[in-house]
Design a protein around this ligand. Sequence first.
Ligand SMILES: [Zn+2]
Length: 187
Amino acid sequence: MVVNSAHMSFSLIAMKEHKIAPELVKEVQDDFLRRKRVGYPLPFTSLFIKLGALNHSEVAGVLRRREVMARRCRECFRKTYLLPTERSSEIQCEHCFGPLWSGRIDEDSKRLQNLELLSRRARKESKPSLYVMAARIALELNRVDEARRLLSTALHSKPGYKPAQNLIEEYLPRFFPIYQNQYRNTG
Ligand SMILES: [Zn+2]
């Protein structure tokens, strides 16, 4: 049993920023795994506090900075944390081995604003390209239903619109069985 990327990332940032000795991090990890094994897990962060290595506000700071490294899985939508030198394009989701989105999760509020803006423009200008852009952002935000709706509208306003079909084929084939069959037929 090993610790996951959330713990690794947290430890690395804590070591770097708060000069925590590797031995202490090892102690926290061992303690964490021991508790998990016997069915009494304690959050990793609590163990740093418990051992007096970090105080609450330091933990909060490290957690905030760790979020910069979080990437969402395109398949299961769970988080994997990038470690130094790692790139989202080069590593897989640690939960399901799916591919990761490259964008930072902590920028979701910005994405949300973009999504609203693009959706509104798409409706106003009735442009399938805008619907597809909005759908892509919706997918990054794990708003699958919204993405489906946006792509359906794009295809309704322009049947067979390739960028919409590509996005469906890549991310939502099971929600659009008609298109899936169509791909199969045309190869
Ligand atoms: Zn995954």
